[in-house]
Design a protein around this ligand. Structure first.
Ligand code: ZN
Length: 257
């Protein structure tokens, strides 16, 4: 498995870093995890051809994770893509995404490639290829919006954290979370790599979890430029045993496991 950080920024637009997005490669399959505002430019700046992306998985629909989708599809169309594109989306959000693309004039009749919607259910392993699968578990990231569901009953508040697996390699990705408990959503698994966001959780809480439970190697992402001095200070003060385990990810950084 290969992980490439396409973007490590927060929801705040930055000239230095892209909104958070990962490319998870397993064998021949390239899965883009989230496609927020500016994703097309973000992929170009990382030297990743649109044609090589087999599927896009959405963790939730906040604009910094989702709103780049129609323009990315337009880019693929302009490059005369023929291969189908998979879109992995929670079952409650599939109609929203489908409708959004239609409303963006991306009509199936006018496309040279097919979009295959792969709706996944919560806490059910989804098989992508023979050796590559994921497990989504709902987290509390959008819990603060529950009160609005009375006014907007069709509003889906599904936001998930993910476990990616290739053979026996396990990678946990928190995506955007809402509380410290969300760090423990996959507590029965021992991951090789744990990727955590940092906008909605303190670095202290992440480090505490690293100590308490075996999170494997930890990569931190989804942070604002203004947070960097503070994060660097905290990371620099860690004892060696921990500083070797916890790393701050940068745009374009990639590793294989
Ligand atoms: Zn979010």
């Amino acid at each position: 498995m290969k992980i490439t950080f396409i973007g490590t920024g927060s929801g705040k637009a930055s000239l230095n870093r892209n909104h958070s997005s990962l490319l998870v490669t397993s064998g021949e399959y390239n899965l883009l995890v989230d496609a927020g505002d500016g994703i097309s430019r973000a992929l170009i700046s990382n030297g990743i051809s649109f044609k090589t992306i087999n599927g896009i998985l959405f963790t939730h629909l906040h604009p910094d994770h989702f709103s780049g989708l129609p323009s990315l599809i337009v880019q693929m169309k302009m490059l005369n893509r023929n291969e189908p594109l998979d879109i992995f989306i929670h079952e409650s959000l599939k109609p929203v995404v489908e409708e959004f693309l239609i409303r963006s004039y991306l009509l199936p009749e006018r496309m040279e490639f097919e979009i295959h919607y792969k709706a996944f259910a919560d806490n059910e392993r989804f098989i992508i290829t023979e050796e590559f699968s994921f497990l989504a578990r709902k987290n509390s990231h959008l819990g603060n919006l529950e009160k609005f569901q009375i006014k907007y009953p069709s509003l889906s508040l599904y936001s998930a954290s993910f476990l990616f697996e290739t053979r026996d390699i396990k990678v946990i990705y928190t995506s955007d979370i809402g509380s410290e408990e969300d760090l423990l959503l996959f507590r029965e698994f021992v991951p090789d790599i744990f990727i955590s966001e940092m906008t909605h959780i303190s670095i202290a809480a992440i480090i505490e979890s690293v100590i308490k439970i075996n999170l494997g190697k930890v990569y931190l992402t989804h942070y604002s430029d203004e947070d960097i001095p503070k994060i660097s200070e905290i990371l620099a003060s860690l004892p060696k045993t921990l500083s070797e385990k916890v790393k701050l990810a940068e745009d374009g950084f990639s590793f294989e496991i």
